[in-house]
Structures are given as structure tokens and as C-alpha cells.
Design a binder for this molecule. Sequence first.
Ligand code: SF4
Length: 359
Amino acid sequence: MRSFLYFCGEVKNMLPNIRSLTLEELTEQLLEAGEKAFRARQVYQWLWDKNVGSFDEMSNLSKDLRKILEERYILQKVTIGEARQGKDGTVKYIFKLDDGNEVEGVLIPTASRITACISSQAGCSLSCKFCATGFLDLKRNLHFFEIYDQVDIIRKEAMARFGRPLTNIVYMGMGEPLLNYRNVMRSIDYITSPAGMGMSPRRITVSTAGIAKMIKKLGDDGAKFEFALSLHAANDEKRNTIMPINESNTLEALGEALQYFYEKTHTRVTFEYIILEGVNDGLEDARELADFCRVVPCKVNVIEYNPIEKAGYKNTSQEKMDRFVEFLEQRGIIVNVRRSRGKDVDGACGQLALKKQNS
Ligand code: SF4
């Protein structure tokens, strides 16, 4: 009996995933199965706008069509493995993927917005020294529908928990989005499409640790969403020590790529700058950052650091942070200070490491 079930499972896994099909592909396949074209649009609405978990829930389809779908396709969905709400309302999720891998996402409510911070890879290959995810191995890239599902879950949770709609999405969870380029771009297509969530691309921010070649590709592809570079140091030597990716993507290469991106998109770039005590919080660091800011129209987010056990870094003092920010502002740079949120549930920036409750 066990081997029979196992065999069934294997057959099921060999079926195509219906959510990997475009509307055109699905229409073609349903026409071949003797169905009308409008049925494909109905199925598509169930798959994306309603984002149901089974063919059975597609209540306006005939039983026969649901059976055809069941026999021909699988429907994979991301589910919530664990949700923990912090004192400031921030909710950290561990999401379960179909193959047993897990990723994290965060719902961040503030007075004016509700933001979903989502993952693009299970683990990460870039090993940034201050980041909890950087201590995990890269397991795999996420499929575009797995990225979409994280947003959809957080969107529904925002309504259920706070009675407010999701307003913003940031690709700042686990993984480097530009190393999973195709799936990230396709997920944004679905999130912004009227057949999906119909969100404005200007509500979406993709953040990279700095892959120069792919920043140029974003320019070539006419990216319409907001774009952030996790800079954290504007000095190659220093940046090499905290972000090894800088060894092959130097500040000069990044500056050139950013100029190319700006020429193509006219999108102002945000530089993220986690401020670490004794590492990048001095006035010389601020001067180097101010110089780097000349490469493109930009603003700077100075981010409070959330220490993690494995890294030896600390957050800087309020006094040093104020001096740093003041220095930049005196040079005409727009600066926002980002306070940490979700610290008590390990959901703050740089803390995502699949740490479970009571673990
Ligand atoms: S900061 Fe981003 S790119 Fe760097 S290790 Fe963490 S998840 Fe990866």
C-alpha cells in the first residue's frame, strides 16, 4: 500500500504546475481539452485574483472541468508555518514551500502604511556579515508564484489583523532578488497586473546587495518599481569586509551601473545604510557616503542595526547616528532614519534566519 501511494505521489509530481502557465498557454490547453476560451479566464481568476488552494474551490466551474484540471495539473501553494506578532504590531511569518523548504516574510504596520517584506530565495549565497540570512546556505530560488503567494498571504493577513489594505511591498527578505531575476520580475508582473493584485509598481521596492550587471539589466528592461541598493559603506575596503559581493562588484562598477539605470528609468535610487558601531558610523564614513551620493539622484535610509548572535556587530549610539545624519543633511542629501521594528519576534531587518518560537 505504501509503495502504491508513493507511486501516486510521483505521478502527481510529474504533472505540470498550472500556476506556471500564462493565460495564453492555459487557454490553448483548455481549448485542446474541448473547453471554451472564457473558462481559462475563469480558472485564471481563481488562480491569481482569488488565489485558492484547490480546484474544488473553483465553484463556478463544472464538476467535469474541475476533474480535468485535477487530473492534468498540480496546484502548489505557499502556506503559513508560523506567525508571531511583536509588541509593535509587526508580524513575522515562516512560510512553508511545497518541497519542505521554508522562507520568512514580515508584515510591518505603521500609522500610514502596511508593508510586506518578502523573500526571493530560500537562504542566500551572498554571506553579508551583519545579516542572519547570510549565515544560511542558499537552498534554491523561489518560483514567481511562491513570491506572489507571500504577498497574497500578507495582504489577507493585513485585512484580518488590522482591517487595513496592504500598501507597500519590499523585496528585502531572504535572498538576493537580482540573482533570481526572472522569477522576481514575473512576480511583479502578476502583483501589478489587473488579473493579479493590480498594485501600482511604485508601491514596490526591489533591494539589491549590488549586482552591477543586473542593475543595468533592470535599466534595459525599463523597471517601473522603486529601487534600493544596500550600500552600508562607501569605501571598497570596508564594504569588502562586511559584504563580500563587493569584491566582484566594486563601488566604481556599481556607480556606473546606477548611472546607466537612472538614464534608462529616471528612478531615484535609495541607498540603504545599516549603521554599525565603530565600523561605518564615523564622519569620514559619512563623507564617503555623501561623495558616493553624487553618482545619481538618490536618498539615504539610515537603518538602526539589530544585533544577531553570530555577528559581532553592535548598533551605534544615538549621538553618533545624529551626527552622521546631520552631516549628510548639511550636504543637501535627503535622509530618513529607519527605526527597528519587530525585534522581539526576530523579524527586524537583518534578523531573518528561520528562528522558530522557543528555539
Ligand atoms: S543582506 Fe540580503 S544579500 Fe546579504 S546575506 Fe542577507 S539576505 Fe543575502
